[in-house]
Ligand binder design. Structure first.
Ligand code: HEC
Length: 158
């Protein structure tokens, strides 16, 4: 009789031990609570936010520059009306805008020399023959010495 009771008690103790052990196992397999972010992680996130802000600023500047460039695109009509305007505009705006032309006031000879200078010094395609005549005539007619100045010329010339 005592042996049976001992066995039952032993068995009960075993089951209890197993149950406790099982409980501990379950306890251990629960996901650990998230750790607070480390200083390195915080620094990394701050750096990421700063990089995004910089990228946004670069995008904004690029868009602003594109808008300015689009607004500055010249039409042929910025040049004085007259025969040869299209040819001049077409040939001359490949490298610079027409501001260098509009602010100039050269004689025909000087414009003619300038065509060679542009070719020799700046790699412009040589301008020859009829097209050269047309362009130089146009430039001399509209951007010659007398066209200079707000009132259309130098009063001491002529
Ligand atoms: C291959 C490129 C190119 C082409 C095409 C070109 N130019 Fe130029 N031009 C230049 C360069 C480069 C300069 C020098 C700009 C500078 O010094 O800042 C210049 C300067 C000038 C100047 C200023 C000269 C001065 O001494 O003040 C005038 C005017 C001019 N170009 C007119 C023309 C005309 C007119 C045409 C068309 C027939 C023309 N360019 C075509 C490259 C070119």
């Amino acid at each position: 009789m005592a042996v049976t009771q001992l066995m039952i008690a032993g068995f009960g103790a075993l089951i209890l031990t197993l149950a406790v052990h099982q409980g501990r196992l379950q306890e251990r397999s629960k996901p650990a609570p998230p750790l607070p972010p480390t200083p390195a992680r915080l620094a990394f996130e701050a750096e990421q936010r700063a990089a995004e802000a910089r990228a946004a600023e670069v995008r904004r500047q690029a868009e602003a520059a594109a808008a300015v460039a689009a607004a500055n695109v010249e039409e042929e009509t910025v040049l004085a009306e007259g025969p040869g305007r299209s040819e001049t505009f077409g040939y001359c705006v490949a490298c610079h805008n027409t501001a260098v032309i509009r602010r100039s006031a050269f004689t025909r000879d000087r414009w003619d020399e300038l065509m060679d200078w542009m070719t020799e010094k700046h790699g412009m395609n040589p301008l020859e023959g009829e097209l050269r005549q047309t362009i130089v005539d146009y430039l001399a007619a509209h951007y010659g010495p007398r066209q200079r100045g707000p009132r259309g010329g130098n009063p001491f010339l002529n």
